[in-house]
Design a protein around this ligand. Structure first.
Ligand code: C2E
Ligand code: MG
Ligand code: MG
Length: 347
């Protein structure tokens, strides 16, 4: 009989007992500044150690927990445990880190979610700027519900980052409307970013777009020196991946804190080259604004001249039998083109 019961049902039954039985652990994976090599934060990732079945990966049980609603107590446990840990590191005298916590749809749509976050911050004494919530593109689809919540969280002082960017809807509208401070490039693009020219272009484009939108950008799943060097040259701000460290339990991660900061100096491109790249990008940005301004002025002048030509053509039409119809149609097209270009250029 038992063979007919789906894996999800078994997981659901066991999940109910997992919090009480203390079967969950949080592991932490470092996030590193790709220019300075400094560790800027960690991402909390849940681990379930089942007494009989052993380790169950999050992707096997988070979707079930999401479906059954069990993600609410589990998510709250994750948030509280992560904040307690971060505060403990600060109390122990480590440089302050930002703790990132993954959210699920159901948590965000929970009516008192903002209160839950506020209460946990108060209870643990963690300042809100040291907490970051990772949301995914699918959570923003219902903008009407999600946007006020995310705005309230931002008003609390918590950071919001966009996880797995590029795998979901990637509607640029969301980036414009939501108070997102950082985009996380999904590891599926990083995997072949040095060997597949499409991935190279996608990664570079996401970085450039994030910077133009004044957002930070972090690459997930960096495993090799080549990927690191490519991302440094492309001016990706931050990175995360097995090259620096796998997610580890806190007691195993702490002894590595100093070593993680050495990795960039050992494997990365020379610091001077990094600084030069940054300077070049700043100049390039300046140049972009300068050119954009020139184009806008040029378009404005062109638009003014077109109005004069249009007036003239309309006058001819009144006086004779529509000899200027074609000209008017051309003017319409030119005006529409100018408006389209202005929309693109306007920074
Ligand atoms: P995510 O948030 O995108 O997390 C990144 C995943 O990539 C983690 O898998 C991490 O262990 C893995 N990873 C990190 N660096 C590398 C690398 O260099 N190479 C490779 N191949 N993988 C790397 P993990 O821990 O299995 O988590 C999978 C997903 O489960 C997470 O994706 C997240 O969506 C979800 N998840 C994990 N913990 C939680 C949680 O506490 N709450 C919620 N709602 N979801 C969670
Ligand atoms: Mg994440
Ligand atoms: Mg991710």
């Amino acid at each position: 009989m038992r063979g007919h019961i789906s894996k999800a049902v078994l997981i659901e039954t066991d999940l109910r007992k997992a919090i009480e039985r203390n079967e969950f652990r949080l592991y932490y994976q470092p996030k590193v500044n790709l220019q300075s090599g400094k560790m800027i934060g960690v991402e909390a990732l849940i681990r379930w150690f089942h007494p009989e079945k052993g380790f169950i990966p999050p992707l096997d049980f988070i979707p079930v927990a999401e479906e059954t609603g069990q993600i609410i107590p589990i998510g709250e446990w994750v948030l509280r445990t992560a904040c307690i840990q971060n505060k403990a590191w600060q109390n122990a005298g480590f440089l302050p880190l930002v703790m990132s916590v993954n959210l699920s749809n159901r948590q965000l749509y929970q009516s008192q979610f903002v209160d839950v976050v506020r209460d946990i911050l108060t209870e643990t004494g963690l300042a809100p700027e040291y907490l970051e919530l990772e949301i995914t593109e699918s959570m923003m689809v219902d903008t009407h519900h999600a946007l006020p919540k995310i705005n309230e969280l931002r008003d609390l002082g918590v950071h919001i980052s966009l996880d797995d960017f590029g795998t979901g809807f990637s509607a640029l509208y969301y980036l414009k409307e939501f108070p997102i401070s950082k985009i996380k490039i999904d590891q599926s693009f990083i995997r072949n970013c040095t060997s597949d020219s499409n991935d190279t272009t996608i990664v570079k484009t996401i970085i450039a777009m994030a910077h133009q939108l004044k957002m930070g950008v972090i690459a997930e799943g960096i495993e090799t020196k080549e990927q690191l060097n490519f991302l440094q040259k492309s001016l990706c701000n931050h990175g995360q991946g097995y090259l620096f460290s796998k997610p580890l339990p806190p007691e195993e991660l702490v002894p590595f804190f100093d070593e993680i900061e050495d990795i960039i100096h050992r494997e990365g491109i020379p610091q001077e080259l990094n600084t030069k790249n940054l300077m070049d990008e700043m100049l390039e940005n300046e140049k972009y604004h300068f050119i954009a301004e020139k184009i806008l002025n040029y378009m404005k002048e062109m638009n003014d001249s077109l109005s004069t030509v249009r007036e003239f053509a309309e006058k001819i039409n009144k006086e004779s039998v529509h000899p200027a119809d074609n000209l008017l149609a051309e003017i319409d097209i030119l005006e529409a083109t100018i408006q389209a270009v202005v929309k693109i250029v306007k920074p």
